[in-house]
Ligand binder design. Structure first.
Ligand code: MN
Length: 228
């Protein structure tokens, strides 16, 4: 192919226990998927109208890498989330069919420029500048779905500098994973390589330069890193 500029490299994530990598196609995120977090943000949960937004695939930061403190913000927030990786796609999927497309799981941070998000909300603007910035999606190595048991009792948590910031079980999600994927597939044709951030529990707060974070999806995935 005779490209006029060099094509971008494929974004990818390591696979736990393997030399292989998972190529990332798109990153979808759901907002307000834990009731207590929606409340702490002064929002209400609308069960019939899940809130979605996207990040670019090249926003991923891999486990162990520094996250550069982003430009244009003085209020960078962490949101720990389970990440679902799709091995197949489709549109207008039933929850059962959607669940069968899951390739694996990880844990990630939906990093947010909270000050810019507050401005966007006040002006009814899109959330892109608050959510879709460079390096805004640190994600652990992925673990294949058939190698782990993920369920309502699975713990999701985040420590910053050794102190617990966020902790929940997945059973607290407003929309479970099959419901999220079903709803997304009615808006987009899902594809292999898509990642889905499944929402954050209460306890979101600021990260400062030098902070070390450790996110964990118990029994499945750990993400560690530092804000540089
Ligand atoms: Mn989030």
């Amino acid at each position: 192919m005779n490209y006029v500029i060099p094509p971008s490299p494929v974004s990818s994530l390591p696979v736990a226990g393997s030399d292989a990598r998972f190529p990332v196609r798109r990153i979808f995120c759901i907002g307000r998927n834990y009731a207590e977090h929606a409340r702490e943000m002064g929002a209400t949960v609308e069960k019939d109208a899940p809130l979605f937004f996207c990040k670019p695939a090249d926003a991923v930061v891999t486990d162990g890498a520094d996250v550069p403190y982003p430009q244009a913000t003085a209020d960078l927030h962490h949101e720990v989330e389970m990440v679902v990786a799709l091995g197949d796609g489709g549109r207008d999927l039933t929850p059962e069919a959607a669940a069968a497309r899951i390739w694996g799981y990880g844990v990630g941070l939906d990093l947010t420029r909270r000050d810019l998000q507050a401005v966007a909300k006040a002006r009814s603007h899109p959330w892109d500048v608050a959510k879709a910035f460079d390096h805004s999606a640190p994600v652990s190595a992925l673990v294949p779905a058939d190698a782990v048991t993920i369920g309502p009792d699975t713990v999701l948590q985040l420590e910053v500098n050794g102190a617990l910031r966020q902790r929940t079980t997945l059973g607290e999600m407003v929309h479970d994973v099959p419901e999220i994927l079903c709803a997304l597939s009615k808006l987009f044709e899902l594809k292999a390589g898509d990642l889905v951030f499944t929402g954050t529990p209460a306890g979101v707060a600021a990260l400062q330069r030098g902070d070390r974070f450790r996110a964990e999806l118990a029994g499945a995935a750990v993400l560690e890193g530092r804000v540089a």
